[in-house]
Design a binder for this molecule. Structure first.
Ligand code: PLP
Length: 485
C-alpha cells in the first residue's frame, strides 16, 4: 500500500482549504464560539480541527472512505489483517475484544491476574467468568511478571471450556510475556489469544523492541497510541488476524461501547503517526533506544538508585523488556518512589508516569532528547543529594499467597449485589463489591467477587498512608470497604 498517504490528515487539510462549514456539532464551530480565555489556554488550532466525522470530514454516507482507508493502511503497516480506530483508549478496545471472543460463553475467559482495571471493568460489564492465570511473582522485590506459556497451559488444563485467553504485554513497567509461546499454547486448543498491548503501539516499528503480538500469531491486540506513540490521549487501535476472531463481530462489539461522536483529532493523529512510523520509525525509535541506554547508564550512577534490567528478565521473571521504560529502584536511598516523584514534580516540574513504594518509572519516547533526559538525571540526582535520613512509613507487603484472593462470585454479580460499607478491620472474610486499585499501574489488588483477606487490607491501608493512590475506592480514606451485604 502507499504509506505516503494519510487520508485523514489529507481530509482535515481539505476541509480547511475548502472553508467547509457545518450546521452540525461541534457547536463551537471550529472555535468561533469559544471563550477567548479558553482559546488562549488550549490554542485555537485544537478547536479549528475539531470537526464532525460525518457529515463534515467525510460526507453523510462516508463515501470518501477516509476512515476505512486509514484503518487499512494501519493494518498493513503493522502486519494485521484488519485494524479499527477507537477514541476511548485501550480501556474501550480491550472490552470490545473480550466481548467479541467470550461474550455469551459460559466457560469464561482466561485472564492474567495482573490485568489492568479496564479488563476488570470488562468482566463486570459482560458478566464473564474470569479464569485467572497467576502471574509470576518476585517476592523479594514485590513485583509481578507476566505469566509464562506453562502457566497459560496449566490454566487451559483447568478450564478447557474457556473461550480464549487475555494477556497483558508489555506490562505498564515494560516487561513482556513470551507471546509466541502463549499463542502456540492457545492455538493448540483452537482458542484465540487477546493481547492487551496498550503499552506496545511502537513495537512493530523497530527490531530491537520486544515482540509485536501480530508477528507471533496473537488473534487480537489492542494498543494505546498515546502511550508510546504520537497519538492524542485516548487514541487506540485494535488489530485482528486469523480465523478465530471474526472482525465483523469485533466491530459490532466495539460499536456497542463506542461514542457516536468520535473525535477527529484523535483519529487523524493515529493516521499521521502510522505514516510517520512507516517512513521514519526505524530511525526515530533507534535514536530513542540509544537515548534510553544513555539515560539508564546515567541514572544507575546515582547512589542508592538501581536501574532495573537483569532482575526483570529470566526464567522466573519476564521474557523481554522494552528498554524505553526506565524503571529505577530507589529503595537503596531509604526513600520511596512516591517521595521521589512528588519531589520532582514540586521542585523540577517533572512528572513521572509511575511510582510505588520503592520504584519510579520514566517512560521515554521518540520525542525525548538529551535535554529532557538531562533534566531527568539531574533532577533525580538533586533529589538524592537532598535526602536526609528518610524514614518512610512502613508498607506491610503481603506474601504472594495472600495476594492471590479466591474468586467466589462473578465480578458482575458482586458489583451489582446489595452492598454495604464495613470497617476495613472487619472486611477480611467478606466478598468485595468494589475494585481497589493502586494507580498507577492500575492493577487491582481487590476485584469484585474476591474474598478479602487481612493482608491485602493492611497492604492497601499502609500503602495509602505512605503515598499510594487508590482512586477507585468508594471511601478514599479506606476506613471502610464496600462488600457484598
Ligand atoms: C495494561 C493496560 N491496559 C489498558 C490500559 C488502558 O489504556 P487507556 O488509558 O488507553 O484506556 C492501560 C492504561 O494505563 C494499561 O496500563
Amino acid at each position: 500500500m502507499d504509506h505516503s498517504r494519510a487520508p485523514l490528515v489529507a481530509a482535515v487539510a481539505e476541509y480547511h482549504d475548502l472553508g467547509r462549514y457545518g450546521f452540525t456539532p461541534p457547536g463551537h464551530r471550529q472555535g468561533r464560539g469559544v471563550d477567548g480565555r479558553v482559546l488562549a489556554a488550549l490554542g485555537a488550532d485544537a478547536f479549528a480541527s475539531d470537526i464532525l466525522a460525518a457529515p463534515g470530514l467525510d460526507d453523510r454516507l462516508a463515501r470518501g472512505e477516509v476512515l476505512s482507508e486509514a484503518e487499512e493502511l494501519m493494518a498493513d503497516a503493522v502486519g494485521a489483517e484488519a485494524a479499527f480506530f477507537s477514541t476511548c483508549g485501550s480501556s474501550l478496545s480491550v472490552k470490545a475484544a473480550m466481548l467479541a471472543v467470550a461474550g455469551g460463553n459460559d466457560g469464561g475467559l482466561l485472564v492474567a491476574r495482573d490485568s489492568h482495571k479496564s479488563i476488570v471493568a470488562g468482566l463486570i460489564f459482560s458478566g464473564l467468568r474470569p479464569r485467572w492465570i497467576t502471574p509470576r511473582w518476585d517476592a523479594e522485590r514485590h513485583f509481578s511478571h507476566p505469566p509464562s506459556p506453562e502457566q497459560v497451559e496449566q490454566a487451559w488444563r483447568e478450564h478447557p471450556d474457556a473461550a480464549g485467553a487475555l494477556i497483558v504485554s508489555p506490562s505498564p513497567y515494560g516487561t513482556c510475556a513470551d507471546l509466541r509461546g502463549i499463542a502456540e499454547v492457545c492455538h493448540a486448543r483452537g482458542k484465540p489469544l487477546i493481547v492487551d498491548e496498550a503499552w506496545g503501539a511502537h513495537l512493530p516499528f523497530h527490531p530491537d523492541l520486544p515482540t509485536w503480538a501480530m508477528d507471533v500469531g496473537a488473534d487480537v491486540c489492542v494498543v494505546s497510541v498515546h502511550k508510546m506513540g504520537m497519538g492524542f490521549e485516548q487514541g487506540s487501535v485494535f488489530h485482528v488476524q486469523g480465523d478465530l476472531v471474526d472482525p465483523q463481530r469485533l466491530r459490532r462489539c466495539a460499536d456497542l461501547l463506542m461514542t457516536t461522536s468520535p473525535n477527529v483529532l484523535i483519529y487523524t493523529a493515529l493516521d499521521g503517526w502510522r505514516r510517520q512510523m512507516v517512513e521514519f520509525g526505524h530511525d526515530l525509535l533507534g535514536d530513542a533506544l540509544a537515548l534510553a541506554k544513555r539515560a539508564r547508564a546515567d541514572l544507575d550512577e546515582i547512589g542508592g538508585c538501581e536501574v532495573m534490567h537483569d532482575v526483570l528478565l529470566g526464567v522466573e521473571a519476564s521474557h523481554d523488556l522494552d528498554l524505553l521504560q526506565v524503571l529505577v529502584d530507589v529503595s537503596g536511598t531509604g526513600a520511596t518512589g512516591y517521595d521521589a516523584a512528588d519531589w520532582l514534580r514540586a521542585h523540577r516540574n517533572i512528572d513521572l508516569g509511575l511510582s510505588d513504594h520503592r520504584r519510579v518509572l520514566a517512560t521515554l519516547s521518540c520525542a525525548d532528547d538529551n535535554t529532557t533526559v538531562d533534566a531527568l538525571v539531574d533532577g533525580l540526582a538533586l533529589w538524592r543529594a537532598g535526602l536526609r535520613d528518610p524514614s518512610p512509613p512502613e508498607i506491610r507487603l503481603p506474601a504472594p499467597e495472600d495476594l492471590q484472593l479466591d474468586t467466589v462470585m462473578l465480578p458482575r454479580d458482586a458489583f451489582f449485589a446489595p452492598t454495604q460499607a464495613v470497617p476495613a478491620e472487619s472486611a477480611a472474610g467478606r466478598i468485595a463489591a468494589e475494585q481497589l486499585t493502586p494507580y498507577p499501574p492500575g492493577i487491582p489488588v481487590i476485584v469484585p467477587g474476591e474474598r478479602i483477606d487481612a493482608a491485602v487490607v493492611e497492604y492497601l491501608r499502609t500503602g495509602l498512608a505512605a503515598g499510594m493512590n487508590v482512586p477507585d475506592a468508594s471511601d478514599p480514606t479506606l476506613e471502610t470497604i464496600r462488600v457484598v451485604a
